[in-house]
Design a binder for this molecule. Structure first.
Ligand code: AMP
Length: 134
């Protein structure tokens, strides 16, 4: 497996600006921030995507997201947050090491909601799609 930039950050081989850390996760500022305080949270156990993580790692990863969010709220007082995971290359994942984006939001930030990410509604009815899951 090839080492990613996040392996190197976790190993202390390249610097990062820490927002929060515990035994399970590291949260650090995104180097190309979409907003002030844009933070990435990575588990200390490697997985490329959420599907590669154990239940315990997923649990501690999202607890880490909550801790980092509290810290960002205290320091920057944003009015809301967008949480995001670009899962797979086609969805925009550029670093193949699972990470959660925390993007602080303000009323006047000209950003959109989750509904602005993709507009690809299915041609099938909701019942036809639901039938695939039964
Ligand atoms: P994604 O496109 O979801 O894979 O997000 C990867 C994120 O990592 C991007 O938002 C990059 O700006 C960020 N990034 C890449 N290299 C670094 C770095 N050395 N330190 C902090 N953030 C980084």
């Amino acid at each position: 497996m090839e080492e990613t930039i996040f392996h190197k950050i976790l190993a202390g081989e390249i610097p990062a600006h820490k927002v929060y850390e515990d035994e399970h996760v590291l949260a650090f500022l995104d180097i190309f921030p979409l907003a002030k305080g844009h933070t990435l949270v990575v588990p200390k156990v490697f997985g490329e995507t959420l599907l590669d993580l154990s239940a315990e790692t997923i649990s501690s990863l999202w607890q880490g997201v909550q801790h980092a969010t509290k810290k960002i709220k205290e320091v920057l007082s944003p009015e809301g947050f967008t949480f995001g995971v670009n899962h797979g290359e086609v969805a925009g994942q550029s670093v193949p090491y699972v990470h959660v984006h925390i993007i602080p939001r303000w009323a006047d930030d000209n950003g959109g909601s989750m509904h602005s990410i993709v507009k690809n509604p299915p041609s099938e009815s909701i019942e036809e799609i639901a039938a695939l899951f039964t």
